[in-house]
Design a protein around this ligand. Structure first.
Ligand code: TRP
Ligand code: SF4
Length: 400
């Protein structure tokens, strides 16, 4: 489609660390320069699992927004908002629940997985079962076309596509659809109407996907079409009825190569993180006390970087020359582990410095952050209201 809209959310369940930075955040920062982007704090989603510790969520919301801003998410390029401040998400969730088969929710893999993983907590709640549908509402309400997520979230995006398709199928029908679509074609003007018909035929007769994409792009770019006509023209391309909700694509976030201090994936639950706002002393100490190749007991014992988590950090932070220095020095016992760790400490501190400087500015002046979020909520809400108007109308709820 001609115009991409990117949307993603994060649950506020604690402070962000270098794993988040090298995975999600750097990706967001890049995307904000390429597309229209909306990023939001999924506080309701956090409540589905942390319903008994709401204070954790409350604290994390602002801290998380500060971390985003510190990492370079720029309110001039991206809309930053909080889910619960756009209550339209909840309305769409309720309306979509009317057409959501229970079996679709029950077979989403995260449902049973998480229940088993967090077995100490009762997750046989209505809210938790509805988690993917709430996520669908988050996405569909903005007509997002691209959703950057980690691998574990792919089933949720696929579920969202099925919900959109079902919604359009049930509510996209209107009396006199064909006549209205034909009338809309005529509004395109001679040249474009002919082009539209040609591309529609190509798609419907031979399944020509490129013709479909080109036709969609043409309609998206067309000025002066009413929303209703736009939906009719999009729907008519494929037969059916109006396309009211857009099926999003997922955009797999490149996996973070940032290892934790013990060589496992960096994660709060492994207690092996360096948080974005950790003090330089604490960072240095954490790296200095990292485990190394267990075979290197004495300074004179040769080691093997392949068996050492510090080497994985060099893979993230060091250039070829320094990596060569590590390989040779470690295997020949030419360098000591403390020596080997120093350039990594320096690199991490250098990376964190501008992040922490920005964070300090925001932490010092909470109204700055509140304003960013207030503006973001306002912008998001405008888009959400627009979609809700169409959804209510399609579902016969616009009596007045
Ligand atoms: N479920 C996502 C996660 O745990 C967070 C999320 C909620 C989300 N709503 C979303 C992500 C909408 C993308 C789009 O990571
Ligand atoms: Fe690890 Fe470096 Fe020590 Fe080798 S020299 S064991 S790579 S810390």
């Amino acid at each position: 489609m001609a115009v991409e809209r990117v949307l993603s959310g994060m649950r506020p369940t604690g402070s962000l660390h270098l794993g988040h930075y090298h995975g999600v955040l750097k990706n967001w920062v890049r995307l904000q320069h390429e597309h229209e982007c909306l990023f939001f704090v999924a506080d309701w989603h956090a409540l589905t699992t942390h319903y008994d510790t709401p204070e954790v969520i409350e604290e994390s919301v602002w801290e998380m927004v500060i971390d985003w801003l510190a990492a370079g998410v720029d309110p001039a390029n991206a809309t930053i908002f909080i889910q619960s401040r756009v209550p339209e998400h909840a309305e769409l969730h309720t309306l979509l629940s009317m057409i959501t088969p229970l079996s679709w929710l029950e077979r989403v893999p995260t449902y049973k997985d998480q229940q088993e993983r967090l077995s100490s907590k009762d997750l046989s709640t209505y809210g938790f079962l509805g988690y993917p549908l709430l996520q669908s509402a988050d996405i569909l309400i903005y007509k997002a076309t691209q959703v950057p997520v980690g691998e574990d979230q792919i089933p949720h995006i696929e579920f969202t596509r099925e919900i959109a398709r079902r919604f359009n199928h049930i509510y996209g029908k209107e009396p006199g659809f064909e006549e209205k679509a034909e009338a809309a074609i005529r509004k395109l003007g001679n040249k474009r109407s002919a082009l539209y018909e040609e591309m529609r035929n190509a798609y419907q007769e031979t399944g020509d996907e490129e013709a479909l994409m080109a036709a969609r792009a043409m309609i998206e770019e067309q000025q002066g079409l009413s929303l209703g006509d736009k939906e009719r023209l999009l729907g008519y391309l494929e037969g059916g009825g109006k396309i009211i909700l857009i099926e999003p694509e997922y955009k797999l976030t490149p996996a973070s190569k940032m290892p934790g201090l013990d060589g496992q994936k960096m994660s709060k639950s492994y207690n092996n993180t360096i948080s974005l706002r950790e003090s330089p002393d604490a960072v240095a100490k954490k790296i200095r006390t990292m485990p190394t190749d267990p075979a290197r007991i004495r300074r004179t014992d040769p080691g093997d970087p392949a068996k050492c988590p510090v080497w994985q950090l060099h893979e993230v932070y060091s250039d070829d020359a320094r990596k060569e220095w590590v390989q040779t020095g470690c295997k020949s016992a030419g360098i000591g582990c403390i020596e080997c760790k120093q350039p990594v400490i320096d690199a991490v501190l250098e990376e964190l410095k501008p992040i922490q400087e920005r964070a300090a500015q925001y932490a010092e002046d909470p109204t700055l952050v509140k304003n960013v979020v207030a503006e973001g909520c306002e912008r998001a809400r405008k888009l959400a209201r627009e979609t809700m108007r169409e959804v209510r109308e399609a579902m016969g709820l616009n009596y007045s």
